[in-house]
Design a protein around this ligand. Sequence first.
Ligand SMILES: Cc1cc2nc3c(=O)[nH]c(=O)nc-3n(C[C@H](O)[C@H](O)[C@H](O)COP(=O)(O)OP(=O)(O)OC[C@H]3O[C@@H](n4cnc5c(N)ncnc54)[C@H](O)[C@@H]3O)c2cc1C
Length: 444
Amino acid sequence: MTRTLTEDSRQIPVCADVDVAVCGGGPAGVGAALAAARMGASVMLLESQLCLGGQATSGMMNRLGPYHDQQEIILRGIPWEVVETLVQRDAAHLPAPCPHDVPDRYWVPFDPEALKVLLDEMIEQAGVEVLLQTLVTDVVMQGNELRGIVIENKSGRQAVLARCVVDGTGDADVAARAGAPCGKGRETDGLMQPMGLLSAVHNLDFAQSRAYTAAHFAELTDEARRLRSANGIAPDRVHRGTDNLLREDETYFNSSHAHGVDGTNARDITRVAIEARREIWRNLHFMKERVPGWESASLAATASLLGVRETRYIRGEYTLTLDDVMAGRNFDDGICRYACWIDTHGVVPGERPEHEGRPLQPGVSYAIPYRSLVPMQVENLLVAGRCFSGTHEARASARMIPACMAMGQAAGTAAALSVREALPPRELPIGLLRDHLLSQGVVL
Ligand SMILES: Cc1cc2nc3c(=O)[nH]c(=O)nc-3n(C[C@H](O)[C@H](O)[C@H](O)COP(=O)(O)OP(=O)(O)OC[C@H]3O[C@@H](n4cnc5c(N)ncnc54)[C@H](O)[C@@H]3O)c2cc1C
């Protein structure tokens, strides 16, 4: 039985009273904060890391998901504004439609450090107040209405009161604490996609390395296995790095997949991070010794946020399904369009589910309905990003950075409208929301 301790009740300072509080400053949270502030709402954004961007920056993801349906651009609005500005700063490639099996162009390479600075600027210009290194730990409820959140940071424990809250934590932390019905992982067994840790290597001749590893990969893998059984230092799996890069002398590594772990469990997170760092270090030294092009290479950084693909999600007014995604279904309450294959990453090693890696047909994109951002049972709350309401496979497609930012834009716009119209988000006229999104350049 879990031992428990009863905390003393205590008074805590109210550090802000705003129209909209946005929890989590990843792609979804930033999209929401920007949209709500640009609608004239007073907004506070709370982020537990020291920068905005979530997995896109702290997680060191270096490729934005697709913006197109393989034939035309179908995602604009704030995510498009972000990528266009990065391109102007020589920090991304401009997304262009191409078949799904051309990874160098399907994914959009970008510089995570440039994104950190850009998001700071955009948030400041929109007039959002941000608190970094601030963890949202609890909720302020009045019956089933969310009235604010409790935060912890260097200034202590405080409350932020808000007329509407957007949960952009990726893990539906706020929704779960508020008592909204949530699920975890895939429907059949609750298992979640594997986690990993990204790292960056500099001073590498990637062209040489790519050519060599392509020709000798099986040989390198055998050698690593032999070394390991002889108690030598070798990686569990040889990593060759991603090849759609902005610069030829650096690469990012998406390190080994950790299966059967839970990104909302502190012990799992800790263990996976430590093991992944050790594996990254082994891989670096193995490659330096054996692969031409690595002679001067050094480890530039490991990510400060563990790469968590899937955890808790809300059960919303609508649950997006695999069938909706593959059929390119439209909804009257669609708030953006998206198109990416079913990126489930093998939940169980060796298992290959029927839909894993399945692409959409060229020219097919699906709508994400507003109802899938509206949790059941809790009022004054919207949820955006990878923890929106969808099945395991549907979330595996819509979890990409541009789609999460687009969901955030819709949630932030809806939150500001809900405050302005004095209506709960659940009762917001969908035509009003969609008109605002269209005027913001969103493709519906
Ligand atoms: C290994 C891996 C590779 C990927 N590759 C790609 C790719 O190539 N292209 C692509 O487009 N997408 C990729 N993705 C998916 C994408 O990065 C994420 O799904 C996306 O960033 C999710 O956005 P989000 O805003 O919902 O959540 P996140 O990016 O997870 O952001 C959530 C933010 O909330 C903060 N937070 C969490 N809890 C709290 C709390 N309680 N209080 C305060 N702050 C909190 C976190 O620090 C974080 O900044 C990848 C993901 C992983 C894990």
